[in-house]
Design a binder for this molecule. Sequence first.
Ligand code: BES
Ligand code: MN
Ligand code: ZN
Length: 459
Amino acid sequence: MQNYDESDSVAAGFARHDEDTTDLTLVTSGQIEAHLKNANAEDRAWLTRQNFNARKGDLAWLADGSALVGWDGKDDLAALGHLPMRLPEGCYKFTHSITNLQAIGWGLGAYQFDRYKDATRTPARLVLAVENDLVEVMNKVCATLLTRDLINTPSQDMAPSHLEAEATALAERFGAQIDVTTGEELLDRECGAIHAVGRAAADQPRLIDLTWGDAKHPKITVIGKGVTFDSGGLNIKPGASMRQMKKDMGGAAIAMGLSYLIMAQNLPIRLRMLLPAAENAIAGNAFRPGDILHTHKGLTVEIDNTDAEGRLLLCDALSIACEDSPELIIDYATLTGAARVAVGTEIAAMFCKDPELAAAVSAAANVTDDPVWPLPLHDDYTYMLSSKVADLVNSATSGFAGASTAALFLKHFVNDDIPWLHFDVMAFNTRARPARPEGGEAMALRAVYQYLEQRYGDT
Ligand code: BES
Ligand code: MN
Ligand code: ZN
């Protein structure tokens, strides 16, 4: 189904040929004695002199040109994630079996964002054994690389029209249908909230709507917040808070990466991807605090703060998503600073009405090393969203439980009988870790895919 060419493989840190490979062996500290015993005298002396303790991240070269890689024994992304940029350029293979998750970690560690500056080097390339299905590993790696590239691209080159072009390319690649509602057309379609957020920007707001797959398969709808730059609007952000706001389309980028993976893996579902895309800009026609918006659902929303714009994009997309009664709605959004205060930047905050669904996704997150943590959708906090002049305000006056009140705002737009997962994500690594370079990141993508595959996969 997927055709990857040589340049895709290089970018993902893999090689197909297995000539001229260097052998690698994972070693835990518990195995070191045995290794020393089996090694020849020269290697034994050398390993001892290097004080090789097989700690995670340690690397030791042997006389035959192969290398030992220290390992903590965990099956996670970090096991091999540091190697593509740590080992000299060339091709490598393991002397023992590795898991698909470890192979994915290698691929994710090979990522470099080279659109505006040449990469400093080619990543070391791994030749996978046949038991690690290379196409599946590549699909999972490439889904994340797509997401990262979209997020890392600055707003000047990732405006709503560029997001549309990316979605169109995705649709063409997999034979999906795409429909886009742009600018004033949003008002005809009664998407007053998406329109209000994006109308002050030169690049018009839009709703990107992609569908793929057999109409008889279960319907799953994936939504992503596509704010291509969040200035805060008239409630302008201070400089430091605005600095990274090119990543405010991270939810859309993750939805796109997840859709890529679903289509590349040919998962038997009927996929719908909805990306409300807008730049939250400032101009004479910007929406204002006190304005009252007419949402697609018919609810009116009083604007308390123009910087609470993500929930406005999502509310129209969520009510449109409900119209064809999907079996599950999943949304991703860089929605609140409060979610980051609650769980930090490295965990996706998850909101879900159904505890069983939440538990299944948490379990999938654990096996994929793609951490999520549930936060409460506590209905009793809904009072914080009441308005004297409209059905809702877009932002509570108190910041307490800010991620929950944002999620409760969204809940008004999701039919009670439709299962719904909401992820409030950072979509950005603020520090470099093995397999997780600094910059844009696909959070809760592989976790959700794992859940969907378990539930709908036919293998
Ligand atoms: N995009 C931001 C949230 C954000 C900021 C996510 C930093 C990740 C890192 C969002 O649009 C926003 O500005 N939210 C406000 C909401 C508030 C005005 C109710 C926030 O969190 O401060
Ligand atoms: Mn904002
Ligand atoms: Zn935002």
